[in-house]
Design a protein around this ligand. Structure first.
Ligand code: ZN
Ligand code: ZN
Length: 561
């Protein structure tokens, strides 16, 4: 029976381009997971969208001397284009700027307010006397009271990942003028997180299938005591507060952005012409909800969003939150402000998607931080994608095409070595499937590449190019068996490398989308026509390493000006 899977992916702020760290952190693992489940025949809904509110957007607009909506329009369009080129297949990629989103947020707000989970209170907040304004979250910076990191923002410390209140910052300063803010009172609504403390702790303790870093972080976060959090801000860009007297305040972005998973599901249903379809994923207990995020986002998805859902009632809580650690670049922390990053639009303008998808899958920061370097990019491309996988397919298909009239030969009776490699391919299906279901993507692609190595050994041992001179039937058997394993690899690689899998699918003489053939080991029929062989991947020259590192340094220097 088809399983039902909801996949929510972190909502990127539409305030700057995406870089490879974002991709390794959540977009690629989510897409791999979705592609596997869709190929398996499961019922998948994967949604996300651009987060267009909050101070990251207004800070950017003020820095660039433009308006928030122009900043949002530019980056949202760029994100959509990046998803297309990188093959990140959302069922819906929307934004928090829709009427539907505002309605969904208001429903959540009103429901929690009526049930007493939201209440009005006075907040002591930093106020810049020079700029004559309150300084919500990112407008104030200072030293983290927990880890002493000096670049902590009013809402969160990027170093230790803790959420903060702006008045907790040591040595707080106004983001724009550097003035030490004074503290003034402002009226706001707060979410009564403290009311969920016991329920959340009991719930989190049951989630023994979560990654240990996610489970430990969340347990400690809750056990340390939950404080009620303001959910409105002194800012004029964002979702309005549906209460009179709050016209100059907005709903705090963390509260409304997480509602985006629900609003996007509703928008997808409306667009599909089945306005109640979202309920299959949110109210049906059989649906499992996965949230793919970076580790800096853990508390919002394992504590705050579940608390909101518990308060609202009747909607599914997260089943798993497989948060990834961070990616570093040439051993340094990726930094937007220092421009130390491989930007996605720049990469995609110059290179194909699959080599990046391969590298980031094989080095996915699942349980510890991982490093991206151009040297390793080249090595993985040349030694693994080209030499191990691409050449295996290319030389077998080319040789078969030339010697057997462009068609799959008849293997005759299989011998022990053919049966052994086919058994390994069967095993790989089981192994890779188990790893994918458990969100162990790095190990999963390692297992796929392991099968490609086994296939190369089989080809070397049977050497069809020599065999064909004495025993044409032995050559036919080796080629058919190799093509079968290549067909298996095409399916196993599909979640990771959708573009080259589609090409290989067609080279093997199939039509239509590779995904539509399902998650199954298809052995080719004797006589099946092959397409004219072409290489799957391109070898890179060593000189590109130095060029790319230089480019990175130049761009980084330019960014500091
Ligand atoms: Zn900190
Ligand atoms: Zn100021």
């Amino acid at each position: 029976m088809a399983e039902r899977i909801f996949i929510g992916v972190a909502w990127p702020y539409a305030n700057g381009p995406l870089h490879i760290g974002h991709i390794a952190g959540c977009y690629l693992p989510a897409d791999i997971f979705a592609r596997y489940h869709r190929a398996r025949g499961n019922d998948v809904l994967m949604v996300s969208g651009s987060d267009q509110h909050g101070t990251p957007i207004t800070v950017r607009a003020e820095q660039e001397g433009t308006t928030p909506d122009k900043v949002v329009a530019k980056y949202h369009a760029e994100f959509v284009e990046s998803w297309r080129k990188l093959g990140i297949g959302f069922d819906l990629y929307t934004s928090t700027g829709t009427q539907n989103h505002t309605q969904t947020v208001h429903e959540m707000f009103r429901s929690l307010l009526e049930q007493g989970y939201i209440y009005k209170g006075s907040q002591s907040l930093p106020y810049c006397p020079k700029d004559a304004r309150f300084l919500p979250d990112r407008y104030v910076e200072g030293t983290c009271p927990h880890c002493r990191y000096d670049g902590a923002r009013g809402d969160q410390c990027d170093k230790c990942g803790r959420t903060l209140n702006p008045i907790d910052l040591v040595g707080a300063r106004c983001k724009f003028c550097g003035t030490t803010p004074e503290i003034r009172d402002s009226e706001h609504y707060l979410l009564k997180l403290s009311a969920f403390q016991d329920r959340l702790l009991a719930w989190v303790k049951q989630q023994t299938h979560w990654r240990s870093n996610v489970l430990n972080f969340s347990t400690n976060f809750i056990a340390g005591g939950l404080n009620d959090r303001a959910i409105t801000r002194d800012i004029e860009w964002g979702v309005p507060v549906p209460v009179p007297g709050f016209e100059h305040k907005r709903i705090y972005v963390w509260f409304e952005a997480v509602c985006g998973y629900l609003s996007a599901s509703k928008e997808w249903s409306q667009k599909k012409g089945q306005p109640d379809k979202w309920k299959d994923y949110w109210q049906n207990k059989d649906c499992r909800a996965y949230y793919f995020i970076g580790k800096d986002n853990i508390p919002f998805h394992t504590v705050i969003w579940p608390a909101m859902l518990m308060g609202y009632g009747g909607l599914n809580l997260p089943y798993d939150v497989p948060a990834n650690e961070f990616l570093t670049l040439e051993t340094q922390k990726i930094s937007t402000s220092r421009n130390w990053a491989v930007w996605l639009p720049d990469y995609l303008a110059r290179y194909p998607a699959d080599p990046l998808r391969y590298y980031l899958s094989a080095s996915m920061p699942e349980s510890s931080d991982m490093d991206f370097s151009w040297r390793e990019y080249l090595r993985r491309n040349n030694d693994e994608l080209v030499a191990t996988y691409g050449n295996l397919a290319h030389r077998i298909l080319t040789f078969t095409y030339r010697n057997f009239n462009g068609a799959v030969p008849d293997p005759g009776e299989l011998d022990a070595s053919a049966r052994a490699i086919l058994a390994k391919a069967d095993d790989a299906f089981q192994t890779v499937e188990r790893l994918l279901r458990d969100c162990h993507f790095k190990a999963a692609i390692g297992a796929v590449m392991g099968l490609a190595q086994d296939a190369n050994r089989y080809v070397d041992e049977t050497a069809p190019w020599r065999a064909i001179k004495q025993d044409r039937q032995a050559a036919a058997r080796a080629l058919w068996t190799s093509i079968s394993v290549i067909s298996c690899l095409k399916t196993l690689m599909y979640p990771f490398l959708p573009f080259s899998s589609q090409t290989l699918h067609e080279l093997l003489g199939n039509q239509g989308a590779v995904e539509s053939t399902g998650w199954a080991f298809h052995k080719p029929a004797a006589g099946q026509k092959l397409a004219v062989p072409t290489p799957l991947f391109t070898k890179l020259e060593d000189s590109m390493i130095e060029e790319e590192v230089q480019r990175l340094r130049q761009v980084s220097t330019a960014g500091q000006k």
